[in-house]
Ligand binder design. Structure first.
Ligand SMILES: CC(C)(COP(=O)(O)OP(=O)(O)OC[C@H]1O[C@@H](n2cnc3c(N)ncnc32)[C@H](O)[C@@H]1OP(=O)(O)O)[C@@H](O)C(=O)NCCC(=O)NCCS
Length: 157
């Protein structure tokens, strides 16, 4: 990969209904049990959730979904289009989410990841998340444990 490609910076903006064709294409090629279009659509209508897309030249190349419960948050979804992986976009989206959560006064952000998904775990570990436990048989197709990870944002004050 050339240095120029590595230096591409995506535009991050709020997801809109009109992004859902692109989002679903990435979702369906990224996960064995993809979220439905309705799941994204329902979250778009909630004010306790934030859905972000990363775009390059106007094309959606990744997204992140977070929802908030009091002073905690859950990173519910994060994916980058297969042709755009290892360009730093996952980390860029992750840092964006953490920054927005911190500004809201969020104290901790949690996520679950398949124990076999070493690439994502590497991303989260390098991004500052720490292992806090497992959820046994959390995933289906195939059934697999989830590793639970947490980023401590501090008091948010
Ligand atoms: C996980 C995912 C979001 C990473 O996105 P990405 O844009 O490729 O990640 P980045 O380029 O920002 O990677 C940042 C760092 O994370 C680590 N990393 C990312 N993908 C990795 C992989 N497949 N293997 C090992 N390390 C990986 C590396 O340390 C990488 O730094 P480097 O490229 O300098 O080595 C992407 O692979 C993806 O969409 N996967 C399918 C969906 C998924 O698993 N989502 C997470 C669900 S919990």
């Amino acid at each position: 990969m050339s240095t120029a490609e590595r230096l591409t910076v995506p535009d991050i903006r709020r997801m809109e209904e009109s992004d859902l064709d692109s989002v679903m294409e990435i979702e369906c090629t990224s996960f064995s049990t993809p979220w439905s279009r309705a799941s994204f659509s329902n979250l778009l209508g909630r004010d306790d959730a934030s859905l972000w897309v990363a775009a390059v030249d106007g094309n959606v190349v990744g997204y992140a979904v977070v929802w908030y419960v009091l002073r905690e948050a859950e990173l519910g979804n994060l994916a980058v289009a297969s042709g755009w992986r290892r360009h730093g976009f996952g980390r860029y989206l992750l840092d964006w989410v953490l920054d927005k959560a911190r500004r809201r006064g969020t104290e901790r952000i949690y996520l679950e990841v398949r124990v076999s998904n070493r690439g994502a775990q590497e991303l989260y570990e390098r991004g500052g998340f720490q292992h806090v436990g497992f959820r046994r048989r959390y995933y289906r197709a195939p059934v697999e444990d989830a590793r639970v990870m947490c980023f401590d944002l501090g008091s948010g004050e």
